[in-house]
Design a binder for this molecule. Structure first.
Ligand SMILES: CC(C)[C@H](C(=O)O)[C@@H](O)C(=O)O
Ligand code: SF4
Length: 421
């Protein structure tokens, strides 16, 4: 069986395989300031009390602090919903991006089934959780009943092997996006494995799972291991719980993979791989750094639910230390959460960014989706550590967005053009 089939089988208490339709109990449901109002509206058409106020998490991240009347009123509705339904797990202004706030507060654990009113809910697949995005009508229904139905997805297995110091999780996922293509994994599970994945930290693994949706993926799964359990320990999960999770550990025997279980198997060797950059206007339009080196840029954004984590800020600060951002470039740095912000302050990383000339904004989505902060001017070019570079994504349809790792972003901010030097 595949990881997706194993998790869902465990959950429904019988063997299920790709193509089966299952009704499933949701372990955790999440919406944010952008998706709570419509979900709440759909919910209210069904009932007036959520199925379990402890299994719902609401995060303010997409437009915080509100910059328009519309955003302010959406947040007002969201606050009212939190109060009225007594949603205990809420993370308000400046707590950070949902896909960082949930893992770092211990909400995500292996084998859970998680529904999120956000397409990058697949991020939690890095913990071996079956986590996927839903629209507001479905979220409203889940808030009312705690249940949904889904078709067990087929799986594309991706084995990543080899060693290469300059390659980060972002380079690996961009390479995968190129191989699979923008709709190559539509309604499928991506299952990442191999030696190179095992060596990645949770911060890096989340980058891979985060971008599963950019290929149409339903989930982006990585099996839990000691790295996962250590992360859980650090965010306060008890030893007793970890022991229980280990007992229920799902393992794919990598030396004995049954091809028949998979729709497709892709093997990637990173040994001789160059750093990867996604070019305008899609995350699968990926090139080797040597092919795009020298392209001038006007803005660099280091942040988001893809690459705004502590590991990312540490890497970026290494290159920015004692340097100045190029005159033609604005550098925006946004820690993905308040706790990352505080740790970055402690480690002196924020000082390094500020001294280099960077703007630091409130933890949240920031310029990622073009709702506020860092909107691009006509024809401007941005290099971002985010996950999407669609036309108009940062608020201007004439602008261009490239995507890269934080290392490339930091180096390029100094030079004023895309570079790995
Ligand atoms: C606003 C929200 C619904 C959206 C999503 O679902 O992904 C956003 O987070 C994005 O990244 O485009
Ligand atoms: S950081 Fe970007 S991709 Fe992530 S949830 Fe926010 S808007 Fe969506």
């Amino acid at each position: 069986m595949t990881l997706a089939e194993e998790i869902l089988s465990k959950k429904v208490g019988k063997k299920v395989k790709a193509g089966d339709v299952v009704e499933i109990d949701i372990d955790l449901a999440m919406t944010h300031d952008g998706t709570t109002p419509l979900s709440a509206k759909a919910f209210k058409q069904i009932t007036d009390k959520v199925w379990d106020n402890k299994k719902i998490v609401i995060v303010f991240d997409h437009n915080v602090p509100a910059n328009t009347l519309k955003a302010a009123n959406m947040q007002k509705i969201t606050r009212e919903f939190i109060k009225e339904q007594n949603i205990i797990n809420h993370y308000l202004d400046g707590e950070g991006v949902c896909h960082q706030v949930l893992p770092e507060n211990g909400h995500i654990q292996p084998n859970m089934v998680i529904a999120g009113g956000d397409s990058h809910t697949c991020t939690y697949g890095a913990f071996g959780a079956f986590a996927t995005g839903f629209g507001a009508t479905d979220m409203g229904n889940i808030y009312a009943t705690g249940k949904t139905w889904l078709k067990v997805p087929k799986t594309i297995r991706i084995n990543v092997n080899g060693e290469n110091d300059k390659i980060t999780g972002k380079d690996i996922i961009l390479k995968i996006c190129k191989e699979v293509g923008r709709s190559g994994a539509t309604y499928m599970a991506l299952e990442y494995g191999g030696e190179a994945i095992k060596k990645l930290s949770m911060d890096e693994r989340m980058v891979l799972s985060n971008m599963a949706i950019e290929m149409g993926g339903k989930v982006g799964l990585i099996e839990a291991d000691e790295t996962t359990y250590n992360y859980l320990r650090n965010v306060g999960i008890s030893e007793e719980k970890i022991l229980e999770l280990k007992k229920n550990q799902i393992t794919i025997d990598e030396n004995n993979i049954d091809n028949d279980n998979y729709y497709k198997i892709i093997n990637i060797d990173i040994t001789d791989m160059e750093e990867q950059v996604a070019c305008p206007h899609h995350p699968d339009n990926v090139k080797n750094i040597s092919e795009v080196k020298g392209a001038p840029i006007n803005q660099v954004f280091i942040g988001s639910c893809t690459n705004g984590r502590l590991n990312d800020l540490r890497i970026a600060s290494k290159y920015l230390k004692g340097k100045k951002v190029h005159n033609d470039v604005r550098l925006i740095v946004i820690p993905a959460s308040k706790s990352i912000f505080k740790q970055a302050l402690k480690e002196g990383l924020i000082d390094i960014f500020v001294d280099a000339g960077a703007l630091i904004c409130t933890p949240g989505c920031g310029p990622c989706l073009g709702a506020h902060q860092g909107v691009l001017g006509d024809g401007e070019v941005c290099l971002a550590t985010t996950n999407r570079n669609f036309k108009g994504r940062m608020g201007n349809t004439t602008a261009e967005i490239y995507l890269s790792s934080p290392a490339i972003a930091a180096k390029s901010a100094i030079k004023g053009y895309i570079t790995n030097e």
